[in-house]
Ligand binder design. Structure first.
Ligand code: IPM
Ligand code: MG
Length: 388
């Protein structure tokens, strides 16, 4: 093919991406406010097991939620809905990141508890479907990825507000190989997408007595998109005079998180998608690893709560899924409870998790038959809550 033809083809693809993104801007402009859960007759909680150890650990998290929401389920205020089919086999068969019928069911819910899903990568036996996580965040417009990391004994109490629908992920699976030698990916930032995540971070800070919000970018190098993110951050910070606003570049920020003297000072951090992805894994590691962290994906209409670890297919192959640690997805369940207006129940669950995994720790999970099963852990947790 002629070089000019190759460039024309790339331009055409680029044009299509711009059309799609401008459409997204219009959708964001037309968006209303957040759902008011109190005004709903019934809150529907979708439970979606996912792949690998997903169904095992999600099943245990569901048991704990059902126990805590027993009265609400009886009165009809809350209903659980099991959603099957968000599995790699089905996604491969339908060549879809989320099978359309599953997406429809997800959209019938208000909030979703989701187990880990497998993301195929080069060399896997699966077709290269997009990550179900990324697709769900986009389809349900779950723009705020909220990831708390708390280590009280070290004075660490961070809440990350990761932008979840734009940045390097917006068209991450739609880059262009212009020629055999030249590949180009795109990163996307919009005013609307940036404003809503920064607003969410400051509003969280305000509502929770936090005194500092920190933006993390690489605006010295990625001048257009990160530059826009940072400009909007400082502009909006003026609306919150009681809250200090500052910013760091991602490289030095990853270093500062290991600086024991300085890291305690960070409170709320707001950051574009890819930096948020990386920094939240680092942060979770101090707390005991990604297996201990819960994650909320919040949009105006829907919200989804998940563990931040993977699906561990090897545990299933070796018949050990019943020994998988459900505490990360149970933590996600606690975030779900808080989100739908049951902060008291969420706090109880956090307290019980602290007792069962740190202070009392009567059961140990080892991931194999040398330790407790996920079901035994969930029983222990519920017995602990009963005594609170
Ligand atoms: C996360 C994960 C996902 C991401 C993967 C599984 C697509 O790493 O939730 O942080 O990159 O966002
Ligand atoms: Mg990640």
């Amino acid at each position: 093919m002629m070089r000019t033809e190759q460039i024309e083809m790339a331009k055409e693809k680029f044009g299509q991406l711009l059309e799609e993104q401008l459409k997204r801007v219009e959708v964001m402009k037309a968006q209303g406010d957040f759902v008011d859960y109190k005004s709903l007759d019934q809150i529907i909680i979708g439970v979606c097991g996912g792949d690998g150890i997903g169904p095992a650990i999600t099943g245990q998290a569901k048991r704990v939620l059902e126990y805590l929401l027993n009265d609400e389920v009886k009165s009809g205020k809350v209903a659980f809905k099991d959603i099957e089919g968000l599995t790699i086999e089905r996604r491969a068969e339908e060549k879809a990141a989320i099978p359309p019928a599953v997406l429809e069911e997800l959209k019938e819910c208000h909030v979703i508890l989701k187990g880990p899903t497998t993301t195929p990568r080069k060399g896997d036996p699966w077709p290269n479907v997009e990550s179900a996580n990324v697709a769900m965040r986009k389809e349900l417009d779950l723009f705020a990825n909220v990831r708390p990391v708390r280590i009280p004994e070290q004075g660490i109490d961070w809440t990350f507000y990761r932008e979840n629908t734009e940045g390097a992920y917006a068209v991450g699976s739609k880059g262009v190989n212009v020629t055999e030698d030249l590949g180009v990916d795109f990163t996307v930032v919009t005013s609307q997408g940036t404003e809503r995540i920064i607003r969410a971070a400051f509003e969280y800070a305000k509502a929770n007595g936090k005194t500092r919000v920190t933006a993390v970018t690489k605006a010295n190098i990625i001048k257009t998109t990160d530059g826009k993110f940072l400009d909007i951050f400082y502009k909006m910070a003026k609306e919150y005079p009681g809250i200090a606003a500052d910013d760091w570049y991602i490289d030095i920020m990853t270093a500062k998180l290991v600086d024991e003297k300085r890291r305690k000072d960070f409170q709320v951090l707001v950051l574009p998608n890819l930096y948020g992805d990386i920094l939240t894994d680092e942060a979770a590691e101090f707390q005991g690893g990604v297996g201990t962290a819960g994650s909320a994906n919040i949009g105006k209409r829907y919200a989804m709560f998940e563990a931040i670890h993977g699906s561990a297919p090897r545990m299933v192959d070796e018949g050990r899924d019943q020994y998988a640690d459900p505490s990360s997805i149970i933590r996600a369940g606690a975030m779900l409870l808080g989100h739908i207006g049951h902060q008291d129940k969420a706090d109880k669950l956090y307290r019980a998790l602290d007792i069962c995994t740190v202070t009392e720790k009567k059961l140990v999970l080892t991931g194999r038959d040398t330790g407790a099963t996920g079901a035994e852990f969930a029983d222990y947790l519920m017995e602990t809550i009963e005594k609170l």
